[in-house]
Design a protein around this ligand. Structure first.
Ligand code: COI
Length: 362
């Protein structure tokens, strides 16, 4: 347990119940933020540094020195997880310890300070306590929690910052891809990679997402929803999409996802799906899978379903692969994909027994 006490400064003019209800009717993804935010500062000292000044404040603009290291060298990491409202009104989150652990792995890679797990969990409890009314209860809806950490020290030398801020903001969320759930299309990036060996691919850091923006734009210009990155230096094996992992369901009952090589993000949803698939009796394989195997497997019917997954995307069927002029339509199956989606969402929302002990009450 940490000894950290959060000071709380409530919002003096939060949105009215009616305004909030209107937003929660159709929240979209990542456009609207709740009334409060959490901040904790870290300062380096001879003993290695300490976290201090934990606080809950009204959501608002930050005051940042123009030379703050994050603005120049991108020393930043983040997380994404969700708060779900159950039928009895209680609010729960899903495997937050896994996010705390991943935040600290990212922190190590970006030379940022680690945040004690209990402080991470406290920060989630604090934001949800302040903005509990913002947790939606509609089908497929949740409150997306975005913890992040950045170098706030003002200086231009290239070294790890000695002043850092950790924050949590929250945003009510519906379907990441907008509207009703429907199969999405994926465009193959042949020109750009997301991450290289020894790089930051396994870290959840803004730089990886910045690297995905241009290829993501190219994907959109080709009419696709997401980009897929390959390991083009080796064998064109599939890495991940712009902001989510990818799974293949084989006709013979196997389910395959790219193995973690250090260039792929270790998704919490990804690891949960691997467990749920085992529970369903599917044979699970984490291995390299090439683009050719994807395309040929879909064409021959050996691969029956392909889906994307992530905290934001949950489990979303992939219906079409665009590789240059080649358009590969999936077999159209979504049975296993939707079963996994129902099971995962069922556990998260309290409709299915939490047999793995993944939920934590907020
Ligand atoms: C998440 O799924 O939580 C992410 O961080 C990915 C981003 C595309 C929203």
């Amino acid at each position: 347990m940490t000894e950290t006490v959060f000071t709380r400064q409530p919002h003096l003019s939060p949105l009215s119940d009616a305004e909030r209800a209107e937003i929660l009717e159709n929240p979209g993804f990542g456009d609207v933020f709740t009334d409060h935010m959490v901040s904790i500062d870290w300062t380096w000292d001879e003993d290695g540094g300490r976290w201090h000044d934990a606080r809950v404040e009204p959501y608002g603009l930050l005051s940042l020195d123009p030379s703050a290291a994050v603005l120049h060298y991108g020393q930043e990491i983040f997380e994404g997880l969700k708060a779900y409202r159950h039928a009895d009104g209680s609010v729960w989150t899903f495997r937050p310890e896994a996010n705390a652990a991943r935040l600290n792995r990212s922190a190590q890679r970006l030379a940022l300070p680690e945040l004690p797990e209990e402080l991470f969990l406290d920060s989630l409890r604090e934001i949800v306590a302040a903005d509990r009314d913002w947790v939606p209860s509609g089908d497929g809806q949740s409150l997306y929690l975005r913890p992040f950490m950045f170098a706030s020290e003002a200086f231009l030398g290239v070294r790890p910052a000695k002043q850092v801020r950790y924050m949590v903001i929250a945003s009510p969320a519906g379907n990441y891809f907008g509207g009703e759930l429907k199969p999405v299309s994926i465009w193959v990036s042949r020109e750009y990679a997301r991450a290289g060996r020894g790089g930051m691919g396994a870290a959840k850091t803004g730089g990886n997402y910045a690297a995905s923006l241009l290829p993501q734009l190219q994907a959109a210009q080709q009419g696709a929803d997401q980009v897929v990155f390959l390991d083009q230096y080796h064998d064109d094996s599939v890495e991940e999409l712009g902001g989510m992992n990818v799974f293949f369901v084989f006709r013979d009952g196997r389910i395959v996802t790219p193995e973690l090589t250090g260039t792929i993000l270790e998704g919490v949803t990804r690891s949960s799906i691997l467990q749920l698939a085992r529970d369903m009796g599917l044979a699970v394989e984490e291995r390299r899978i090439t683009l050719a195997e994807w395309a040929e497997g879909v064409r021959s019917g050996e691969i029956a379903e392909v889906f994307a997954c992530g905290t934001a995307a949950v489990v979303t069927p992939i219906g079409r692969l665009l590789d240059g002029d080649d358009v590969i339509e999936s077999a159209g199956g979504t049975e296993v994909t939707l079963r996994i989606r129902r099971e995962l969402l069922g556990i998260q929302t309290g409709a299915v027994e939490d047999r793995h002990g993944w939920l934590r009450r907020l």
